[in-house]
Write a protein that binds this ligand. Structure first.
Ligand code: AMP
Length: 215
């Protein structure tokens, strides 16, 4: 899943993972969990995350390499938040050499919509699920945990993250665009419509045998 902060990657990645019965692998979730657990990795990452900076390529790549080495991703996985730099994309291609090709879903959303979404966003402090922005929920619909604002959704940090996206991650669109398994999806539609478009893109990638069939 490729797209700027607030494009809906996390929400849509969870939906796709449920739909296809495969794990969602989110580097943001893994880093936030490590920060909450107070591990050395987490504490080092927390300051960078809270300011909207990327963690180093070495750290991000090591996390994904370890996660994709586990058995539960043998039949496929949804990657959310990785790769974010060209060096990460090159490392991912290397990790995928013995597997079916990646399908790249690029979520396109206008900047003013992204800023509004990030400003409103609330996540569960326990399980990390995004709250439904159309409902005035006070606790998480999944686990009942308290809803909180992410420290990195602060207005100045959001601007920082969008700039970093433009500088470091947007070049990945050109990196992947020429591949038959690259799809641009309009992310400025209701979530059900975005999910349907993504499933359509994945179905066409599978139909031409470009990517592995999920279980
Ligand atoms: P996300 O939940 O995907 O918005 O990620 C939250 C934060 O975690 C980012 O702003 C970065 O600080 C860090 N992060 C997540 N994934 C990566 C990655 N692939 N490379 C570098 N930093 C990352």
């Amino acid at each position: 899943m490729l797209g700027p902060p607030g494009a809906g990657k996390g929400t849509q990645a969870s939906r796709l993972a449920r739909h296809y019965g495969v794990p969602k692998v989110s580097t943001g979730d893994i880093l936030r969990e490590a920060a909450a657990a107070g591990t050395a990795l987490g504490l080092e990452a927390k300051a960078r995350i809270d300011q909207g900076h990327l963690v180093s390529d070495d750290v991000a790549i090591a996390i994904v390499r370890e996660r994709l080495g586990r058995q539960d991703v043998a039949f496929g996985f949804i990657l959310d938040g990785f790769p974010r730099t060209v060096d990460q994309a090159v490392a991912l291609d290397d990790m995928m050499r013995e597997r079916s090709p990646l399908t790249v879903l690029h979520l396109v959303v206008p900047v003013d919509v992204l800023v509004g979404r990030l400003h409103q966003r609330r996540i569960c402090s326990v399980c990390g699920t995004n709250a439904d922005p159309t409902k005035a929920e006070t606790v998480c619909a999944v686990c009942g945990g308290a809803l909180v604002t992410r420290a990195d959704d602060d207005e100045q940090v959001v601007r920082n993250r969008l700039q970093i996206y433009e500088d470091r991650t947007a070049p990945l669109v050109e990196y992947y665009r020429g591949r038959p398994t690259f799809f641009s999806i309009d992310g400025n539609q209701p979530p059900d419509a975005v999910a349907a478009a993504m499933q359509g893109a994945l179905a066409s990638a599978m139909a031409v045998g470009q990517t592995g069939s999920p279980r």
